[in-house]
Design a protein around this ligand. Sequence first.
Ligand SMILES: [Zn+2]
Length: 165
Amino acid sequence: MVGMGLIIRSSAIHAAGCYTMAPIRKGARVVEYTGPRISKDEADEKYQNSPTTYLFGVGDGKMVIDGHGTAMFINHSCDPNCETEEMDGRVWIMAIRNIVTGEELTYDYYLYDGDEDEARCNCGSVSCRKSMYSPEEIRRRARAAKRAAGKKVVRGGSRRRAVKR
Ligand SMILES: [Zn+2]
């Protein structure tokens, strides 16, 4: 079922998106999130000054997939039609409902470990949380912002990248 009629074209959500040219049944394994495995530290260094990354955290989060291939174009949505599943160190995009021909594929990025990136969400769904960060990460960032407001913030060090989960 891998690689079945997926195309990349411009998306209303963000830049490019991934669309299906055939119906996909709920529960289907749609496409693998492919790319070289690198350490989180390597990724931080490699993408220090890059506004866009396609990193996907695997295992305990010390390793990431440096996205390369179809799946990296799938956009985030707070009301997605797919989810990701990790099996033996490989990450698959799975359909969580029936998807019709021409529909854009989406999954919830549950971003974590971002630094200054705002990661605003424009998915337009009713349940949109206005951020691609996970609810836990949003709470963590809010607490950090509150703490930072109370004292002088020292900036510096390496900029950490937001990673999908
Ligand atoms: Zn949203």
